[in-house]
Design a protein around this ligand. Structure first.
Ligand code: ZN
Ligand code: ZN
Length: 153
């Protein structure tokens, strides 16, 4: 967890030992670590060739999708629901909230918090999310309705 509040992921191709973990912890604490900072050069032993990070990140970058559904390493790794846009764990909107707010285009979305919705950030659909046409229609009609109202003198 960083100063900006975003959880960022570190990927490893091997299970980290206790020593590895504390070395990692020390490294993070010993540097000014912000989103996208590189922790270890590749040739830096021993962690440099075990762990990997996404570097094309800034504090505005969405939470990495892998956060929600890690393919491996699940057994010690359970992630609490968090807003995909800002990483917040509070005031998360339920799907029915989002449906009601007509923001989903009929699709199931990653968690997003109330603050982000109010700030005009759009929810992000789950990969391969099926579109519920009835919901999409409701949202579309509502959008048209709003557009008409905007145009009305
Ligand atoms: Zn950040
Ligand atoms: Zn948020």
């Amino acid at each position: 967890m960083l100063q900006c509040g975003m959880p960022r992921l570190i990927y490893s191709n091997a299970e980290l030992t206790k020593d590895d973990k504390s070395a990692l912890q020390r490294q993070i604490e010993g540097m000014h670590f912000v989103c996208g900072t590189i922790l270890f050069q590749e040739e830096e032993e021993p962690l440099g060739n075990i762990i990997a990070q996404k570097l094309a990140l800034s504090c505005d970058t969405d939470l990495e999708r892998a956060y929600y559904n890690p393919k491996t390493g699940r057994k010690n790794f359970e992630t609490p629901p968090a807003c995909i846009r800002c990483g917040s764990r509070s005031n998360l909107q339920s799907h029915s909230d989002l449906h009601q707010a007509e923001l989903t285009d009929g699709k199931e979305c990653y968690p997003i918090c109330h603050t982000c919705v109010v700030a005009g950030k759009m929810p992000v659909a789950l990969p391969g999310a099926k579109k519920r046409h009835s919901q999409a229609r409701v949202e579309n009609n509502a959008k048209k309705q709003r557009a008409r109202t905007d145009l009305a003198p």
